[in-house]
Design a binder for this molecule. Structure first.
Ligand SMILES: C[S@@+](CC[C@H](N)C(=O)[O-])C[C@H]1O[C@@H](n2cnc3c(N)ncnc32)[C@H](O)[C@@H]1O
Length: 220
């Protein structure tokens, strides 16, 4: 019936949210609280959270790594889907934003599954590698500074096990990646990662028009 993804009108998007996303009370409260912040648009969409939770369940993931936590929505969506002994390592640099995250995780009763590392993510990932965490993660979500994406991806390929998944957010960057007039650093960094992944034989890849664009890269 359709050979490409549908463009979503507001009415269709509302319908999708009402029928396709079971957002927990904790998640919807966090979305409302974050919506009052000037930086609210950094938060992932509810359907993306639900999609990543579904992936975690389908994979039977137990160990998850996140780069870019903000107020904690993506980590909460994933932590709710992890088993009781599951573990999520959340990396961010903002004590202010992640304080909201920690409060939300506590309210939701999943804080015991989440370890927050407050430092530049490259340092946190290097520390994990130095600590022998190679191949120990099932799923990684990259959603932080765009200039760091390539470094996070390369470290992720070591930290995620063969068969594990790296999800990269904002790969369409509001459409800028396909606009030759946009030559700012962030757009160029995302284009470079997209170009690399399109030909990277270390992974199986699909780029989805979900949210601001989400690439799934499965380590071979
Ligand atoms: C788009 S937001 C993440 C949104 C989050 N995944 C969610 O679901 O709400 C990006 C986050 O990356 C963090 N960040 C930016 N540069 C960073 C760095 N070098 N290392 C770690 N985190 C960084 C910011 O503090 C911000 O919280």
């Amino acid at each position: 019936m359709s050979r490409r993804s549908l463009e979503l009108t507001d009415a269709v998007y509302d319908y999708l949210l009402r029928h396709g996303v079971r957002e927990s009370t904790a998640l919807s409260r966090l979305r409302e609280e974050t919506g009052r912040l000037p930086a609210a648009r950094m938060q992932i969409s509810p359907e993306q959270g639900a999609f990543m939770a579904m992936i975690v369940r389908l994979m039977g993931a137990r160990r998850v790594l996140e780069v870019g936590t903000f107020t904690g929505y993506s980590a909460l969506a994933v932590a709710e889907a992890l088993p009781a002994d599951g573990h999520l390592t959340a990396c961010d640099v903002s004590a202010e934003w992640t304080a909201m995250a920690v409060a939300a995780w506590r309210r939701a009763g999943v804080d015991h599954k989440i370890e927050l590392r407050l430092a530049p993510a490259q340092e946190s990932l290097d520390a994990l590698l130095q600590g022998g965490a190679d191949g120990s993660y099932d799923f990684m979500f990259i959603d932080a500074d765009k200039s760091g994406y390539d470094g996070y991806y390369e470290r992720g390929l070591k930290l995620v096990r063969p068969g594990g998944l790296i999800a990269i957010d904002n790969v369409l960057w509001g459409g800028s990646v396909a606009d030759p007039g946009r030559q700012d650093d962030d757009t160029r960094a995302i284009r470079a990662v997209n170009e690399k992944l399109a030909h990277d034989m270390r992974v199986d890849v699909v780029m989805l028009p979900l949210g601001d664009g989400l690439t799934l890269a499965r380590r071979r």
